[in-house]
Design a protein around this ligand. Structure first.
Ligand SMILES: Cc1cc2nc3c(=O)[nH]c(=O)nc-3n(C[C@H](O)[C@H](O)[C@H](O)COP(=O)(O)O)c2cc1C
Length: 188
């Protein structure tokens, strides 16, 4: 049995991994905003897309600098991620207000966010305006991971965990138990 869902259409698509987009802004400051509407797009070239509301200061920062770091933050950064998403860099210098520790980048000007599981240094290669959002397509120029926290399966879930955004102040972790799907019959 199915019934039409009258809530926000995207609820069944959550929880979603949260990244923090760090960018250099027109005022010369560094800004940071969480974004859970993000996705890998293509393997070659390595590409990530992030939907950024055009009212966010980050929108202006990305228009200004054309690059960012995309930081995969762990579950224990929930309070910080929520706080970064509750004020605008237009009004608050988030780096000093939240005591953000920044990591120098190798390829882009925007720094990484210390404490992240992974830091993607990335350059905007395409944009698409849809509704209230500009979808930024980023080519990944460099990927760095916190030592020991990422293996061939992704984040090492007995050492760290992903910050999955549910709704509002609600976040989830990933259940660290793996599910091994059965091999289809006749396949090696
Ligand atoms: C966990 C979380 C995820 C969010 N995801 C997005 C997102 O994907 N896209 C977006 O435009 N805003 C998202 N927001 C809202 C922005 O982070 C928020 O508007 C922020 O204050 C913008 O900051 P800025 O004005 O300094 O750029 C999210 C907020 C939270 C707390």
């Amino acid at each position: 049995m199915y019934a039409e869902y009258k809530g926000k259409f995207y609820r069944p698509l959550h929880p979603r991994p949260t990244v923090v987009v760090v960018s250099k802004c027109p005022d010369g400051k560094i800004n940071a905003m969480p974004a859970s509407w993000n996705t890998p797009v293509s393997e070659e070239p390595p590409t990530i897309a992030v939907a950024v509301d055009r009212s966010a200061y980050t929108f202006q920062c990305l228009e200004h600098s054309g690059e960012a770091t995309i930081n995969v933050v762990p579950a224990d950064m929930a309070d910080l991620a929520y706080a970064l998403g509750s004020v605008s860099g237009r009004d608050v210098d988030k780096v000093s207000a939240f005591g953000l520790k920044l990591l120098p980048s190798d390829v882009v000007e925007a720094p990484g966010l210390d404490g992240s599981i992974a830091v993607y240094e990335a350059r905007v290669t395409a944009k698409l305006d849809i509704g209230e959002v500009r979808l930024y397509v980023f080519e990944v120029l460099k990927v760095k991971v916190a030592q020991g926290l990422v293996d061939e399966w992704g984040p090492v879930l007995d050492k760290t965990n992903l910050l999955l955004h549910g709704a509002g102040r609600v976040f989830y972790r990933v259940d660290p138990r793996k599910i091994w799907a059965k091999k289809p019959a006749g396949r090696p």
